[in-house]
Write a protein that binds this ligand. Structure first.
Ligand SMILES: [Zn+2]
Length: 85
């Protein structure tokens, strides 16, 4: 690969530690298969962009935009004008 960055073992350790420390204040949420509701992966609250996921249960491969698969508590009620069941 032309733009591949080769990291030394030391640099990888540094980046892993940095990633872990950055994630400390974040919450995790489950990303579920839109077809069978199986938990495909778990992502931190700052995750964004698109994710190519393969469901381990129903074996379907799906492209997920994290922005569209975010469960916000109470948003259904607000969108329905407070008359949601
Ligand atoms: Zn599935």
């Amino acid at each position: 690969m032309k733009n591949a960055v080769v990291l030394s073992a030391e640099e990888k350790r540094k980046r892993l530690a940095l990633s872990a420390s950055e994630a400390e204040g974040l919450t995790l949420r489950d990303i579920r298969c839109p077809y069978c509701d199986f938990i495909i992966t778990r992502v931190f609250s700052d995750a964004s962009g698109h994710y190519l996921a393969k469901c381990q249960k129903c074996k379907r491969q799906v492209v997920l935009n994290f922005a569209y698969f975010r469960r916000q508590k109470g948003i259904g009620k607000r969108k329905a004008g407070g008359s949601a069941k």
